[in-house]
Design a protein around this ligand. Structure first.
Ligand code: PMV
Length: 317
């Protein structure tokens, strides 16, 4: 049996504007992870067992655009070895793929990309076909297109490299240094919201008034640049205000929601230094920057303001 794991992620700054070429900052969240085990089976065929999404099926029974089927198909296409697949995976020897994930789906925490990355790595190690991070990342990006339509690539990148990433679409991977650890409380609205829709709605706004939205994206890009500098200098107390500014711009883009806004206000009232939605928006998660000693109080108040659950995480150098 072989196994692989990949972390969840949060976007600290720059979601949506990143689709239009502005920089964004994302960090892995190790408490959240997708784990994949691949083992030989006496049964013929490739079997997928994903209890979290209630799926137990043979690969060939899934539609070809199902993200899990697509990861496996694209994996074999990359190896350019249909024969390999037939003899080793579909023929005499069957394979069982078990997927367990603690990352809530459709909530901006990178569940789709984490499952793809863990699955690609588990398959590549089970079949002794080592892959570079670049290959894993490129393949996971192809699957993100099924999940998201026109993804920037930020999710698969931060999850593949499992390091803080300063991401600019189409540019070489740039990781960044965390000068001093800082604490984030993640609050989940419990509302699953497909990123694809929010991204599509922003595109409609942008098509209708490019000049206006390009300016908004510029402001978000500048915020992300400043935040990176402050985090690298260990001045994390100074990024709270930048988070609030970024949230206001996301509200203007219509991708926040009453539930996200309520959690953001509750966090600020409870003493957070800054707060914003994180990810595609309309539901999913928000994040609050806190001093470690106020983390529990912020988490409690988020729950009182109807957060379905909260996670306290620290971002380390
Ligand atoms: O997967 P999510 O919900 O964290 O969203 C990704 C961030 C977006 O900027 C909204 C989309 C993208 O592809 O970058």
């Amino acid at each position: 049996m072989t196994s692989a794991s990949a972390p969840g992620k949060i976007i600290l700054f720059g979601e949506h504007a990143v689709v239009y070429g502005r920089p964004a900052l994302a960090v892995p969240v190790a408490q959240l992870h997708a784990d994949v085990e691949v083992s030989d089976s006496s049964k013929d065929g490739i079997w997928i067992d994903a209890p979290d999404i209630n799926l137990h099926a043979e690969l060939k029974s899934l539609p070809s655009n199902h993200p899990l089927a697509a990861v496996i198909d694209k994996f074999f296409t990359l190896l350019s070895s249909p024969h390999f697949r037939k003899t080793k995976m579909g023929g005499q020897r069957g394979v069982e793929i078990k997927i367990i994930s603690t990352i809530p789906v459709a909530s901006g925490l990178g569940s789709g990309a984490a499952v793809s990355v863990a699955l690609i790595r588990a398959l590549s190690s089970h079949l002794s076909r080592p892959m570079t991070n670049e290959q894993v990342n490129a393949l996971a990006y192809e699957i993100e297109k099924i999940h998201h339509g026109t993804p920037s690539g930020i999710d698969n990148t931060v999850i593949t490299y499992a390091k803080p990433v300063f991401f600019v679409k189409g540019q070489p991977i740039e990781t960044f240094r965390v000068g001093k650890p800082f604490t984030i409380v993640i609050g989940n609205t419990g509302i699953s919201a497909p990123t694809k829709e929010a991204v599509g709605d922003v595109r409609v706004l942008w098509e209708a008034d490019k000049a206006r939205w390009e300016k908004v994206f510029d402001k978000i890009g500048e915020i992300a640049e400043k935040a990176k500098e402050r985090i690298e200098n260990g001045e994390w107390e100074l990024i709270g205000d930048l988070m609030n500014q970024n949230h206001a711009l996301l509200q203007e883009m219509t991708v926040s929601s009453p539930e996200l806004d309520r959690l953001v206000s509750a966090a600020l009232k409870a003493g957070a230094l800054g707060a914003k939605m994180s990810g595609g928006g309309r539901g999913g998660n928000m994040i609050a920057l806190v001093r470690p000693e106020t983390a529990e109080a912020v988490s409690r108040l988020l729950k009182e303001a109807s957060a379905k659950n909260t996670i306290i995480t620290s971002i380390h150098p």
